[in-house]
Design a protein around this ligand. Structure first.
Ligand code: SAH
Ligand code: SF4
Length: 412
């Protein structure tokens, strides 16, 4: 069982429980998944290897682990045959547990996963003609309670560890059969010639699954570093997007220490409406948020910030709202594009999706002012895999239902 301790997070009222990065398994072996090369080296040294040996073995194991997706030390062919059982006695290379895998009629795939200590979370793969996007979770549940989001009705259970985050990407590569093949005898002259990224299914990653990634900053950063490392999963930072509901104090750090594309869940242009639908707005208002976007390191016309805007009928979808959105983007001189997301319904949701005509008109107004505002096609709705529908089976009760149950329990 992973034991957890409490970690306080800036801007956060309640401390968020987080599992330790290394949790020895019941059989005493240590799971290397999620650890950087340096930590692996330290562990090898602590386990008794000479410093030079530890460094070399860490380098080899790291490459097999993250670049090749190998989980069995026996398959690490450039490591001496006698050394492999030594490793296998002390270490393992794990994966999140798969509880259920679902396939949508439109090709979208959703996996219900579980941590070692029994918490459920989800990841979604969305194939398109020219790309394949993996939607990765950063937390089990979310503390933020955006009113239109199903995940927001879950109680936060805990932050995911770097291993649980990078493990989602690795599991997707396992499922898609996309690990580089070929012989690797010497890590240094590598096998890049035998490995090409062309024609891969998984090309992009979005941190848009369950949870607020900037409330689990260190673990998300450490996981994405493994994903971006050329000797790791080797996915370019240009193909990774992190979506935040607007945790302003962490945005600059995100640009500096991770450097991925930024998406911001704006969803409203007035204080009154954003306070209601994205309650973190009461802490960090629209002006502060847009200034943080203007200051986001690395944003440029070539790498625009995406503003996500969920279309809620008669709530945030008028012509005036569209014009105000344009005005704000221009006022802050933001290199921006807008992504309009038709609201995905879930049982008990307090909103409806805007009509298609309204969504179209809203989009046109923004386009007319020279800002791109495509409408995101909902994917995987039939398996509850679309934006904002993620919520694990254990938590499939509405908030009202849980409140009722709690009241009944208190009364009895
Ligand atoms: N917590 C982060 C990332 C996860 S949500 C964030 O809020 O940005 C990914 C996107 O889906 C966010 O823009 C979110 O606001 C949006 N979303 C949530 N619920 C939705 C729903 N029911 N319909 C459409 N989009 C939704
Ligand atoms: Fe959390 Fe994002 Fe859902 Fe808001 S939209 S409740 S921040 S997951």
């Amino acid at each position: 069982m992973a034991d957890t301790h409490l970690m306080s997070i800036p801007g956060q009222v309640d401390p968020v429980p987080v599992a330790r990065d290394i949790t020895p398994r019941a059989d005493g072996r240590i799971d290397l998944l999620g650890l950087p090369k340096e930590r692996i080296r330290e562990l090898f040294e602590t386990a008794g290897l000479e410093p030079k040996q530890a460094k070399l073995r860490a380098k080899q194991v790291y490459h097999w682990l993250y670049h090749r997706g190998v989980t069995d030390f026996e398959a690490m062919t450039d490591i001496a045959k006698t050394m492999r059982p030594w490793l296998a006695e002390r270490f393992v290379v794990g994966r999140p547990i798969v509880i259920e895998a679902q396939h949508s009629v439109d090709g979208t795939r959703k996996w219900l996963l579980q941590t070692d200590d029994g918490h459920d979370f989800e990841m979604v793969f969305i194939p398109d003609a020219d790309r394949g996007t993996l939607c990765v979770s950063s937390q089990v549940g979310c503390t933020l309670n955006c009113r239109f989001c199903h995940t927001g009705t879950m109680k936060l259970v805990r932050n995911l560890t770097p291993g649980e985050i990078v493990g989602q990407v690795m599991l997707a590569r396992d499922a898609l059969g996309e690990w580089p093949k070929g012989k690797m005898d010497f890590a240094d002259d590598a096998d890049e010639a035998e490995y090409t990224a062309d024609g891969r299914l998984l090309t992009n990653i979005v941190m848009m699954g369950m949870g607020e990634p900037l409330y689990n900053f260190d673990n998300v950063r450490d996981a994405l570093r493994l994903v971006m490392d050329g000797d790791g999963l080797a996915l370019s930072k240009r193909r990774i997007t992190l979506s935040t509901s607007g945790v302003v104090p962490m945005m600059e750090k995100c640009g500096e220490e991770i450097g991925v594309n930024l998406a911001v869940s704006l969803h409203a242009v007035t204080k009154e409406i954003r306070d209601e639908i994205v309650p973190i707005n009461k802490k960090y208002g629209i002006e502060e948020l847009l200034q943080a976007c203007a200051d986001y390191p690395g944003a440029s016309n070539a790498r625009r910030i995406t503003f996500e805007y969920v279309m809620l009928k008669d709530k945030n979808d008028s012509d005036e709202h569209a014009r105000e959105l344009v005005r704000l983007i221009k006022q802050y001189k933001l290199p921006a594009k807008v992504n309009l997301i038709p609201f995905n319904p879930w049982p008990g949701a307090p909103y409806e999706c805007s009509t298609p005509e309204r969504v179209k008109r809203f989009s046109e107004i923004i386009f007319e002012h020279g800002i791109s505002a495509p409408v995101r096609t909902p994917r995987g709705r039939d398996i509850d895999a679309a934006c904002g529908q993620l919520k694990t089976a254990a938590e499939k009760k509405s908030r009202a239902q849980r409140d009722r149950e709690a009241a009944e329990a208190a009364a009895s």
